[in-house]
Design a protein around this ligand. Structure first.
Ligand code: HSE
Length: 321
């Protein structure tokens, strides 16, 4: 018996909602942009872990340092408490397709696919809310602070707003279905912990008020179907972008290109270095992709995809990789 789970890439913050908004991404050419995990029965007294995929060589050689090792043991503890019996031994294969430290929710992808794979393997004893809390906790151990803006969209799909209330950790809000999200990863890595450490510990009152106004306005514009208003508010001139822009070579040129080309918005995906540009025009999206490939991507690890928001989130895709 085995199960394979796919978890999509996600863009956290979406500029206007630092730690509070996130969207799952799906390339329009049908390629998978995310990690897969296969869980299968195994003999032995500890989980067996194998890594495959384009970025497997960047993972630690010691299986005990692998995110999946922590996922298995964390899930096993919760399972024993919930179900009253020990979790069977399994083999977990991680197909690592997303670069680490990319700003596309790479660690969230692995955590979500692993935990959902384990849950599916043992006939889903945990509901979605319980799973999301577990995913946030594990992701928090890795990134140094609990924030759900990658795990929630990755797991649940769509554009997610973090509420962090009991029973309502995150909920979907409407999004503009005709918007294309062009994401470009330049090929260098930025750790989330590092990108958080350069942010101010405190912000001025007028800035927090503007932040609240922008985020509330964006959510309102999304519900009231006002794409131009939403696009105007889709910015971060306050919390993170002014500080993180300097970590991303060529970011200012990307912003200038996006503005000149008439894009609706542009910004940093999560804690970077991936950037995103939004347009409702497919031809413009393809031109933007070509420009980013020529001017922003720095090495062969980099890539660019024209995406739409992934509605499905994490899903079981079969029984073998
Ligand atoms: N909201 C988090 C941050 C996401 O920007 O630090 C990190 O992927």
């Amino acid at each position: 018996m085995s199960v394979v789970v796919y978890a999509p890439a996600s863009t956290a913050n979406v500029s206007v909602g630092f730690d509070s908004l996130g969207a799952a991404l799906s390339p329009i050419d049908g390629r998978l942009l995310g990690d897969r995990v296969m869980v299968e029965a195994a003999e032995g007294d500890d989980v067996v872990i194998e890594n495959v995929g384009d970025f497997a060589h960047k993972l630690p050689a010691d299986p005990k340092q692998n995110i999946l090792y922590d996922c298995y043991h964390y899930f096993a503890k919760q399972y024993a408490e919930q179900v009253g019996k020990p979790l069977a031994c399994v083999k977990m294969t991680l197909e690592k397709n997303l670069p680490i430290g990319s700003g596309l929710g790479s660690s969230a992808c692995s955590v979500v696919a692993a935990l959902e794979g384990l849950n599916a393997f043992v006939d889903t004893p945990f509901d979605k809310e319980q799973m999301l809390i577990m995913m946030g906790e594990l992701e928090g151990q890795i990134s140094g602070s609990v924030h759900y803006d990658n795990v929630a969209p990755c797991y649940l799909g769509g554009m997610q707003l973090m509420l962090q209330q009991e029973g309502a950790t995150s909920q979907a809000i409407p999004h503009f279905e005709d918007w294309y999200w062009i994401v470009a990863y330049p090929g260098i890595n930025i750790s989330t912990a590092q990108a958080r450490s350069i942010l101010p510990a405190q912000y001025r009152r007028q800035d927090t008020l503007e932040f609240g106004r922008n985020l509330a306005g964006f959510v309102h514009a999304s519900y009231s179907k006002q794409p131009e208003l939403a696009a105007t508010l889709l910015k971060d001139n306050i919390i993170a972008e002014p500080y993180r822009a300097a970590l991303i070579p060529g970011f200012d040129e990307v912003r200038s290109f996006a503005a000149q080309s008439g894009a609706l918005a542009s910004g940093i995906s999560g804690s970077g270095p991936t950037i995103f540009i939004v347009t409702p025009v497919l031809e413009q999206a393809q031109r933007t992709k070509s420009w980013l490939e020529q001017h922003f991507i720095q090495n062969e690890d980099g890539f660019c995809h024209v995406c739409k928001i992934d509605e499905q989130g994490t899903r079981v895709t079969g029984t073998s990789l």
